[in-house]
Write a new protein. Structure first.
Length: 76
């Protein structure tokens, strides 16, 4: 399936056909990486890795839930 390149600032931007965007669940603003291969360019979504370990995230969720009323009051 063909895409189209157009000028964007000092670089080029690629229009990804809707069918491919839907198939790979791509949305405007998603991060993709471009990799040069022997056969050409490979464009693929960037998988974001959570910054917190599972244990830290669970602890943070617990604290937020336990102290939600106080946190909301502080946010006012």
């Amino acid at each position: 399936m063909a895409g189209k390149l157009f000028k964007s600032g000092s670089g080029l931007a690629l229009i990804i056909p809707r069918e491919l965007a839907e198939r790979y669940h791509l949305q405007p603003g998603d991060l993709v990486e471009t990799i040069a291969t022997e056969k050409g360019l490979l464009v693929q979504p960037v998988e974001l890795v959570p910054r917190l370990s599972k244990e830290w995230q669970e602890s943070l969720d617990w604290v937020i839930e336990k102290y939600r009323p106080a946190l909301e009051k502080l946010g006012e």
